[in-house]
Design a protein around this ligand. Structure first.
Ligand SMILES: NC(=O)c1ccc[n+]([C@@H]2O[C@H](COP(=O)([O-])OP(=O)(O)OC[C@H]3O[C@@H](n4cnc5c(N)ncnc54)[C@H](OP(=O)(O)O)[C@@H]3O)[C@@H](O)[C@H]2O)c1
Length: 275
């Protein structure tokens, strides 16, 4: 069975629209990029389209040199009309950690700044990484997470690792196993899991024989095969388990959460200015 994320998407859309209407200002998201590859360019275009739907101002700043990134990020962090800053990834020739550190944590709408990632350890999801948050929100819609065995495939700083911390939070209390390329007998772990989250970026990594019947499989992967976007989970898995589709699953919720974070940042900045 495929998991339909549309009801969650509708709820998030309604909430964002309500907040924007009561805000009284136009929220603004600035995307900063350097030598963007094709997938970054198409991701920025789709962000721009969704921002427009919500009447969120959207600006793409393409840098001419890696050195200019720090000035640009500092300026945006201090600009009262910019509420959210999005830094594309990968950033060739640029130390990503240093760049992230130049963003004001209160405008870090992707939740990648060390401050916001650190707050996750204390259970505070001020700006959680959007993809990890999308997985949590999808799961919370369909299952009681507490006590479930969750296997996450992938340990990146933006998806696998923060997601494991979010699922361990006391009010969720899942038992989490995080896997990577050095994990032995991956299929034994996934076969025993109530929930599998595939975030490896490898098409068809998760096959039907690796999955327990009636379990939940969240497919985070985005891979391009024969000009088509596919996830990390093979199609036949949905014959025995509930699986999120790709496209139209985690990615859809991730983008909505990003827009929601921009509105939240605008709300916080606006309130502070009016104090
Ligand atoms: N839907 C969305 O909104 C969204 C957002 C972000 C990313 N994504 C997609 O999600 C995927 C993961 O993104 P990411 O940024 O987390 O990727 P990443 O930084 O490349 O990390 C991939 C992780 O998967 C692990 N891995 C790769 N092949 C594996 C294998 N055969 N068995 C076990 N583990 C394996 C890697 O292990 P090692 O650490 O050992 O190398 C690594 O930890 C990509 O397809 C990306 O495009 C989707």
């Amino acid at each position: 069975m495929l998991i339909d994320v549309k009801p969650l998407a509708n709820t998030l859309t309604e909430k964002i629209n309500e907040k924007i209407n009561s805000l009284g200002i136009t929220p603004k998201l600035a995307a900063v990029t350097y030598k963007p590859d094709n997938s970054t360019v198409s991701y920025l275009k789709s962000q721009q389209k969704i921002a427009k739907k919500f009447n969120i101002d959207y600006e793409i700043l393409e840098l001419n040199s890696p050195e200019s990134i720090f000035n640009v990020l500092n300026e945006l962090s201090n600009d009262m009309h910019t509420h959210g800053i999005f830094l594309t990834h990968p950033l060739p020739e640029i130390d990503e950690m240093e760049a992230l550190n130049s963003i004001s944590p209160s405008k870090d709408v992707e939740g990648r700044h060390p401050y916001n990632l650190g707050m996750l350890i204390y259970g505070k999801e001020i700006f959680a990484p959007c993809t990890a948050e999308a997985v949590v929100k999808i799961l919370e819609e369909i299952i009681e997470i507490t006590g479930k065995n969750v296997v996450i495939i992938g340990r990146s700083s933006t998806v696998g690792k923060p997601l494991s911390i979010m699922l361990l939070r006391k009010d969720r209390s899942a038992t989490v196993t995080v896997c990577h390329t050095r994990t032995k007998n991956l299929e034994v772990l996934t076969k025993n899991a109530d929930i599998v989250v595939a975030a490896a970026g490898k098409a068809n990594l998760v096959t039907k024989d690796m999955i327990k019947e009636n379990s939940i499989v969240i497919d985070v992967g985005i891979n391009v095969i024969d000009n088509k976007i596919v996830g990390d989970v093979s199609n036949d898995v949905s014959e025995i388990a509930s699986v999120t589709p790709v496209p139209g699953g985690v990615g859809k919720i991730t983008t909505l959460l990003l827009m929601g974070h921009v509105v939240k940042a605008a709300e916080i900045i606006h309130k502070n200015l009016n104090k």
